[in-house]
Design a protein around this ligand. Structure first.
Ligand code: PEP
Ligand code: MG
Length: 580
């Protein structure tokens, strides 16, 4: 077997060794399980039922289109889809695959879909090439019919006993969330930026990930043996025995280091010159509390509550949200929890949000985060009530994402007041004081830190977005990820000013972007005056170790030099000395 390597951008570090499992965006929810020999006929029958159901649905749609006098094009597309369903490649071959691989029907459809898509992709005729979209549509219909029918009885997937490495063209943060409950060894995607939410969620799972690989899905075959070296940002496909042995050794060494770091779990976190630092975690789901406790962190600095809103067509109710928040509070055993109100929009699109169906020309600059919340006041109020009610069960803070204008803050404060009045009327308890914080994620807010500090109890810098908006680089776009530079002098100055202004105003400030979990940035932040970090639980101990071996006073001197120089060579030298 030919061995080769592919290079991408680091999504998350670590080493994984396993077998490739290719997925495409429409089959992300598809699970793979084996069916026993006596069940194969039943599985084929299940597929045929789904096929029949989709044919009937298409027929109904066709009639509706006729009655509505829809454009002829629509009828033609539906006709093509109906014909595809009758073609042996869709009607028969998945049945053969079920038999051949003893697999579930969904899996057979996804395998067949990939084979068909690959055939269409290489067609010369642009019209035929475009038909790939029809294949995807038809298979998506089939999968929905199958998954809908089988959801109740699906068992936990077991792709194989070997470690499985997902190879995808692209994954949305919601897709990755689905995978949180499955034990995958690593992720590889052709698309994606280093600080896209997809990469962040992968990182939160503590597994290696590499994004922006460009050709992984094309070059890697299902079942190929893979080594993923997240830190080196390289994938080795079908490695030979020596390379495999070497990586197994490295993997054990890394594991050993991880185990050794665990000794720091209960040690107080302070610099060499005795400055105490608060270590907080970022979480996406209440069940992440387990890792928070294992890391020895002081609490949760960022709960990305929007993940409760994804992968579902409806909005979570007040009671459901309350339950999640209480579950997180209980999970972290009474440590403080900062709940960020939902940051939907941009790369975290809410299904079934029909009010604003127009595809935004520039989603990252569009109706996102607090702007989205203010556009949906009833949904926002529901969340605010749930958070306030949770405050009766433990220490809770509210954090507002992507504030850019003081008016937004006033509107949020009014809504919080209204939520409180509603709860009082209902005689529902909430804490007397629920601190309110704002995220500094856009340059406008960073420049007005002193103003925001007047109204807020705390601030948190979202460097992922602050870098995106300051340097004008879409964090999800791999084409410009080489420009995504946390050490850009403008970023260093902006961060220094923000941290120092907030400190001067006496308002606690933290950093919860990915930079906070990067040990190469720890001294930079210490030197800027940061005393609170929030990061993925897996990063807590490495960063803590770094803090324990750093001197704040010295870091401060280097940071001052970094901020004073306009000479790129000197800037690079100071940055190096800071970490020496
Ligand atoms: C950030 O922007 O740095 C941040 C923490 O928020 P998110 O990554 O969820 O946008
Ligand atoms: Mg952000």
């Amino acid at each position: 077997m030919v061995s080769f390597s592919l290079h991408g951008v680091g999504g998350a570090g670590g080493i994984a060794i396993g077998r490739a499992h290719k997925v495409s965006h429409v089959v992300n929810e598809v699970v793979h399980y084996t069916v026993s020999a006596p069940q194969i006929a039943a599985e084929i029958a299940r597929y045929k039922t789904a096929l029949k159901r989709v044919s009937e649905e298409l027929e109904t749609l066709r009639k509706q289109a006729e009655n509505m006098q829809a454009p002829g094009e629509l009828a033609a597309i539906l006709e093509v889809h109906s014909l595809m369903l009758q073609d042996s490649s869709v009607a028969e071959q998945p049945c053969e695959l079920i038999e051949q691989h003893a697999c579930n029907a969904e899996w057979a459809v996804s395998l067949q879909m990939q084979a068909l898509v690959e055939k269409f992709e290489v067609m010369e005729d642009p019209y035929l090439r475009e038909r790939k979209a029809d294949v995807l549509h038809v298979c998506e219909h089939l999968l929905k019919a199958l998954v809908g029918e089988a959801r109740e009885k699906l068992a936990i997937p077991s792709i194989s006993s070997e470690k499985t490495i997902l190879v995808a063209y692209d994954l949305s943060p919601a897709d990755v969330l689905h995978f949180k409950s499955n034990a995958y060894a690593a992720f590889l995607t052709d698309m994606g930026g280093v600080n896209s939410h997809t990469a962040i969620v992968a990182r939160s799972m503590g597994i290696p990930a590499i994004v922006a690989l460009h050709n992984a899905r094309r070059l890697i075959q299902e079942g190929d043996s893979l080594i993923v070296d997240g830190a080196a940002q390289v994938v080795i496909v079908n490695p030979d025995r020596e390379v495999l042995a070497e990586y197994r050794l490295r993997q054990s060494a890394l594991e050993l280091d991880r185990q050794k770091l665990k000794r720091l779990r209960t040690a107080p976190c302070a610099s060499l010159d005795g400055i105490s630092i608060s270590m907080l975690t970022n979480v996406e789901l209440p069940q992440d509390a387990v890792e928070v406790i294992e890391s020895g962190a002081d609490g949760v600095g960022l709960f990305r509550s929007e993940f409760l809103f994804l992968n579902r067509p409806d909005w979570p109710s007040e009671e459901e949200q309350l339950e999640s928040y209480i579950s997180l509070l209980n999970g972290v055993k009474g440590k403080p929890v900062t709940i960020r109100t939902f940051d939907l929009g941009a790369d975290k699109q809410k299904e079934g949000w029909s009010k604003h169906t127009r595809v935004a020309p520039n989603p990252a600059l569009g109706l996102r985060a607090v702007r989205f919340s203010l556009a949906e006041p009833l949904v926002f109020l529901t969340q605010l009530r749930a958070i306030l009610r949770a405050s009766a069960y433990g220490p809770v803070q509210i954090l507002i994402p992507m504030i850019s204008h003081i008016n937004e803050l006033h509107q949020v404060m009014q809504l919080i007041e209204r939520a409180k009045q509603q709860l009082t009327k209902r005689e529902m308890p909430f804490a007397d004081k629920v601190p309110l914080g704002g995220m500094i994620e856009v340059p406008a807010a960073a420049m007005l830190t002193h103003v925001f500090a007047k109204y807020l109890d705390f601030l948190s810098i979202g460097t992922n977005d602050l870098i995106q908006y300051t340097l004008a680089i879409d964090r999800t776009d791999e084409a410009v990820s080489y420009l995504y530079d946390p050490m850009h002098p403008a970023i260093v100055r902006l961060l220094t000013q923000t941290i120092r202004q907030s400190t001067k105003a006496g308002v606690p400030i933290s950093v919860c972007g990915e930079m906070a979990g990067d040990i190469n940035m720890t001294r930079l932040f210490l030197g800027m005056g940061l005393r609170s970090f929030s990061m993925q639980p897996a990063q807590i101990l490495p960063v803590k170790q770094r803090i324990l071996t750093s001197e704040v006073k010295e870091a401060q001197e280097w940071v001052n030099r970094l901020n004073r120089t306009d000479d790129p060579a000197k800037f690079a030298m100071y940055a190096e000395r800071l970490n020496a």
